[in-house]
Design a protein around this ligand. Sequence first.
Ligand SMILES: Nc1ncnc2c1ncn2[C@@H]1O[C@H](COP(=O)(O)OP(=O)(O)OP(=O)(O)O)[C@@H](O)[C@H]1O
Ligand SMILES: CC(C)(CO)[C@@H](O)C(=O)NCCC(=O)O
Ligand SMILES: [K+]
Length: 274
Amino acid sequence: MTPLKPTEDPWLALEIGNSRLHWALFIGNTLNCTWDTDHFPESSTPQLPECKSLADLPPEILPSFITGKLGGKNSTHPPIFLASVVPQQTALWQTHPHVRIITLPEIPLLNMYPTLGIDRALALWGAGKNWSFPMLVIDAGTALTFTGAAANKSLVGGAILPGLGLQFNNLGEKTAQLPQLKQEIISLPPRFALNTPAAIQSGIIYTMLAGIKDFIMAWWELFPESKIVIKGGDRILLCNYLQIQFPEIAAHLIVEPNLIFWGIREIVAAFPVN
Ligand SMILES: Nc1ncnc2c1ncn2[C@@H]1O[C@H](COP(=O)(O)OP(=O)(O)OP(=O)(O)O)[C@@H](O)[C@H]1O
Ligand SMILES: CC(C)(CO)[C@@H](O)C(=O)NCCC(=O)O
Ligand SMILES: [K+]
């Protein structure tokens, strides 16, 4: 792979989450744009190892407006820096000639444990480098996670629970009488509900908000001055409800969809350049 000129060369960041792929185009250090794509179907075996030029990447991965920004189909393939928490999807990219997989030991956080998710580590590193440590990151994704580090950039730890979508889906799937609901709750339901959909919504949303509040309060006991950043596909929904339920807490949250990309940028910037 040709070395990057950090100020001007284009490169792609790819985060493979459990629901979908999250992409970013960087020009040097500057984030140009982001987009999301689906996982590859398990059945398909994309010809990724054959990707020599941009023209070889399927259009469902690289939208034409991105190819345009990169100078058209015949231009040289930019490097892709990949971080994944889905090993089967990582495997598809492993042999791609321009892919560089980011691994946990490359992230300069102290006290990490070997099975820590790379997404959690990158988001925490990106948040801490951008705002400051101590730092707590809340990822409202497929899983809801809390991940915190102290002022000395040492991982304090965190917690993992089913995200909003998983809670709704699991309840609908594993019970005979409960319907599958979408988590698009327009307004907060009554806490003590008199119909089934509202009762499910109440149960899930109020316990989740109370849980988030409890983790935040516990974190502030340890690190009273700490900033807290929230990311993930359900961040806006959760922030809106936190705003109604616990406005004094919501006011302190920094909402940032691109945390992992900031983390990846830090790692890429530390890359040796000729
Ligand atoms: N367009 C969308 N596609 C899929 N999920 C979405 C979308 N918009 C919001 N969501 C919600 O976002 C949540 C998934 O979050 P996100 O996309 O951050 O997960 P992910 O790709 O698995 O990443 P992570 O591994 O960080 O959880 C789901 O609960 C889902 O309901
Ligand atoms: C928790 C998830 C699924 C969140 O994406 C991911 O970070 C992961 O698979 N983590 C591994 C376990 C851990 O972080 O302790
Ligand atoms: K699993």
